[in-house]
Design a protein around this ligand. Structure first.
Ligand code: UDP
Length: 316
C-alpha cells in the first residue's frame, strides 16, 4: 500500500473476510469499517472504488433482494458521496450485463441478452441499473464515474465456499473429490488472474482524462469448463474424474471479452496466463487446507446445506 495514501476499506463482510485485510489492520494509513453500502456513507475521500456486491451466483442468489439493493441503493450512496466530496468514482460493473451473449467476443457496444425475471437477474439487472445511475449522475450532476466491466476473475483470497468454478474445481481436486461439471461442460468463460485485474483497476482510476464509456476488463483466452476441469486435474496431479450436474438456469453459454478499448485507453492487457494463475491459486488453497481454515468453512457449508467440499448451486 502506498504510504502517501490513506485507505478506508468498507465492507459488510457478507461474503468478504476480515482475514484478507488482517495484515493491513495495524498500518497507520489503513482503516477498516464494517458497514453496509446500502446505508448512507460519511467519509472524506477523493477516490472511491465501488466494488460492493457478492459476485458468485451461489452467494448473490441466496439473498436476491439484498443483491439488488446493494447494486442500486449502494451505487446511489456511492454517487451521492462522490457529489458531496468531489471524489473520483470507479464503479465495478460486470460481464453479466451482457447476459447470455449472442455476439462473440463481447465489445462494450453490445447491449446484451438478459432475462429480466430469471434467477441471475438480481445480479445482472442490478449491475445494469448501476451503470444507468452512473450515466444519469453524469448527465444530471456532471459526475464522471468510470465503469469497469469485469469478466470472470480468480486468484488467492477466494473463499473455499465461494461457489464459482475455479475455487470449486481446485478444492474438489485437492480433496480428491470428483469435479462437478454443470451441464455438458461445453460452456465457456475467459478467466483473468486477480493481479492483472487490480493493475487494470488502479490504472483506470489513475488516468487523468475522463473515461466516459464503460471498459471491458478481462483475459480474452477462452476455455470450456470441461477443458478447465482437465487443466485443474493435471496441475494438481489428481487422480479424479468429473461428475455432471444439471446446468443452472440462464447459465451463459459463451463469454469472452473484447479488450480493444482497455488496450487503447489504458494501455493494459493481462500478463498472467491461465496455467500460471491456476498454479498460484492451487498453492493458496493447498495452504488454506493445511492450515485448517477449511474445517471452519466446511462446517458453515454443511449448516447452509451446500456441498461439504465447496460451494454448490442447488435449485431444488
Ligand atoms: N460451473 C461448473 N461447476 C461448478 C461451478 C460452476 O461447471 O462447480 C460452471 C457454471 O455452470 C458456469 C461456469 O462454470 O457455466 C462459470 O461459473 P461461475 O459460477 O464461476 O461464474 P459465472 O457463471 O458467473 O460466470
Amino acid at each position: 500500500m502506498d504510504q502517501k495514501q490513506y485507505v478506508i476499506c468498507l465492507d459488510n463482510l457478507s461474503t468478504g473476510s476480515i482475514e484478507n485485510v488482517a495484515c493491513l489492520l495495524e498500518a497507520p494509513n489503513f482503516e477498516f469499517i464494517q458497514h453496509d453500502v446500502t446505508l448512507p456513507i460519511q467519509a472524506e475521500v477523493d477516490e472511491i472504488y465501488n466494488l460492493a456486491c457478492p459476485a458468485s451466483p451461489l452467494h448473490y442468489q441466496r439473498e436476491p433482494v439484498e443483491t439488488l439493493r446493494t447494486s442500486v441503493v449502494g451505487t446511489m450512496n456511492v454517487l451521492e458521496l462522490a457529489l458531496r466530496t468531489g471524489a473520483r468514482v470507479l464503479h465495478a460493473s460486470t460481464s453479466e450485463i451482457y447476459g447470455d451473449p449472442e455476439q462473440h467476443p463481447q465489445p462494450e457496444s453490445y447491449s446484451g441478452n438478459v432475462n429480466p425475471i430469471g434467477v441471475r437477474a438480481c445480479y445482472n439487472e442490478g449491475k445494469r441499473c448501476a451503470e444507468t445511475l452512473c450515466f444519469d449522475y453524469r448527465r444530471r450532476h456532471g459526475l464522471k464515474p468510470r465503469i469497469a466491466r469485469i469478466f470472470n476473475t480468480y486468484g488467492p483470497n477466494m473463499r473455499i465456499d465461494d461457489g464459482r468454478v475455479i475455487s470449486n474445481f481446485i478444492v474438489q481436486a485437492l480433496c480428491s473429490e470428483p469435479i462437478t461439471l454443470y451441464g455438458d461442460g461445453q460452456q465457456s468463460r475467459s478467466f483473468c488472474f486477480v493481479d492483472d485485474m487490480i493493475d487494470a483497476l488502479t490504472c483506470m482510476m489513475s488516468l487523468s482524462c475522463d473515461i466516459v464509456e464503460p471498459v471491458n476488463l478481462g483475459n480474452p483466452t477462452e476455455i470450456s469448463m470441461a477443458d478447465l476441469a482437465q487443466r485443474v486435474i493435471q496441475l494438481t496431479d489428481s487422480d479424479i474424474g468429473t461428475r455432471h450436474e444439471s446446468a443452472p438456469p440462464d447459465d451463459p453459454r459463451r463469454r469472452r471479452p473484447c479488450i480493444d478499448r482497455a488496450r487503447s485507453v489504458l494501455g493494459w492487457e493481462p500478463a498472467t496466463d491461465l496455467d500460471q494463475g491456476l498454479t498460484v491459486t492451487i498453492d493458496y488453497f493447498r495452504d488454506l487446507l493445511r492450515c485448517g481454515r477449511m474445517d471452519a468453512e466446511r462446517t458453515t457449508d454443511v449448516a447452509a446445506g451446500t456441498s461439504p467440499a465447496s460451494g454448490m448451486l442447488r435449485y431444488d
